[in-house]
Design a protein around this ligand. Structure first.
Ligand code: NAP
Length: 336
């Protein structure tokens, strides 16, 4: 038996490619010290933040992914050996276990948490009940404070975070507008996720006019997953006292130099709006609250979710690159 794993082989210049990764084999780890346990992983998450970690940037909130080491990433699986009384053999556990088949944990450094497969399927703990779901929950409710009747605009609306944000905004009685990168995704936003309006950003050149058409009275809340020209247009359409959460800037992640956009900060004076960056880990102490509420909405049928799977550890890089290019609707995962 071996532990097949994906390491970072080189740092990308511009868009990452399959050559930036390498598949390796190592011995399956064993729990040789008290407190350790071994997890046989069943699902891996691929997320946009990993693109940032692949670069050697000093301007990140987290250190770069070291070369030739297992790619960082959330994962979930079952404990097959344990010397830790809090994590028993047979328990299901999630944590920052990386892109590999087996992980050795001490129960703390990787943020290991037990999960209950009776509440939701295991994979949901990497999506709607995991980091992306918590990002949507705290980002929308805490940073943006949406009120009933307000208009909420979401970019990256058909991906993991965006698909949850739109639904939570509807639960809160808001009018929702979603932006995504294909006609199929736009149909999904309207028909499955309850968005009141949606458009395909790849077939629209004048985002300002499009937003004026869809939100003639302006936007109260903008949940930004993408940045770039879409965000420039959103800022031009804010209402007085609007709130903007900068969750992600995926349109910029492959840029070697920052892109300069129109300088629209004056609009914040005109509208007395607030723009705030958000980092889900800042809410770690409240994750229990977020998971409980999301699970309740899920069980009440107020939330729905989609997942996309690639099978096999060897396909983790492919799943990651596909997600960066919009191949996913909902949460992109790797099934082992
Ligand atoms: N701040 C935090 O704590 C935090 C936590 C989690 C995620 N995030 C951020 O939230 C955003 C969404 O993350 P996620 O995990 O839910 O990923 P995701 O939305 O499931 O997947 C990424 C999506 O980005 C879209 N995209 C790619 N290039 C784009 C471009 N140039 N312009 C516009 N859209 C583009 C693609 O959809 P299309 O087909 O629509 O292009 C793709 O499906 C990312 O920016 C991520 O970095 C932030």
């Amino acid at each position: 038996m071996s532990n097949r794993r994906i390491v970072l082989a080189s740092r990308p210049v511009g868009a990452p490619t399959l050559d930036n990764f390498r598949l390796e084999e190592a011995p399956v780890p064993t729990a040789s010290r008290d407190g350790e346990f071994v997890v046989k992983l069943q699902y891996l998450s691929v997320d946009p933040y990993m693109r940032g970690r692949m670069s050697d940037s000093k301007k990140s909130y987290a250190p770069p992914q070291p070369l030739n080491e297992v790619m960082t990433g959330g994962a979930i699986g079952q404990i097959i050996e344990s010397r830790n009384p809090k994590f028993k053999e047979g328990d299901f556990v999630q944590g920052q276990f990386g892109w590999q088949q087996y992980a050795l944990s001490d129960g703390t450094a990787d943020g290991a948490r037990k999960v209950d497969p009776n509440v939701a399927p295991l994979s949901a703990y990497l999506g709607i009940l995991g980091m992306p779901g918590l990002t949507a929950y705290f980002g929308l409710l805490d940073v943006c404070d949406p009120k009933p009747g307000e208009t909420v605009l979401v970019s990256g609306a058909a991906g993991a975070v965006g698909s949850y944000v739109g639904q939570i905004a509807k639960i809160k009685g808001c009018r929702t507008i979603g932006i995504a990168g294909s006609d199929d995704k736009v149909d999904h936003l309207r028909n499955d996720l309850g968005y009141d309006a949606a458009y395909n950003y790849k077939t629209v050149t004048d985002h300002n006019s499009k937003l004026k058409e869809l939100a003639p009275d302006g936007i109260d809340v903008y949940f930004d997953n993408v940045g770039g020209v879409i965000t420039d247009a959103a800022i031009l359409n804010l209402r007085v006292h609007a709130r903007v959460a900068i969750c992600g800037q995926i349109s910029q992640y492959n840029n070697e130099k920052p892109e300069m956009g129109p300088r629209l900060l004056g609009m914040l004076i005109v509208t007395r709006s607030r723009i705030q960056g958000l980092l889900v880990m800042d809410y770690a102490a409240r994750f229990g609250e977020g998971v409980r509420q999301m699970a309740q909405w899920l069980n009440e049928g107020k939330l729905t979710y989609r997942e996309c799977f690639e099978d096999g550890i060897e396909n983790a890089p492919k799943a990651f690159l596909s997600m960066l290019q919009g191949g996913n609707t909902g949460k992109q995962l790797v099934r082992l």
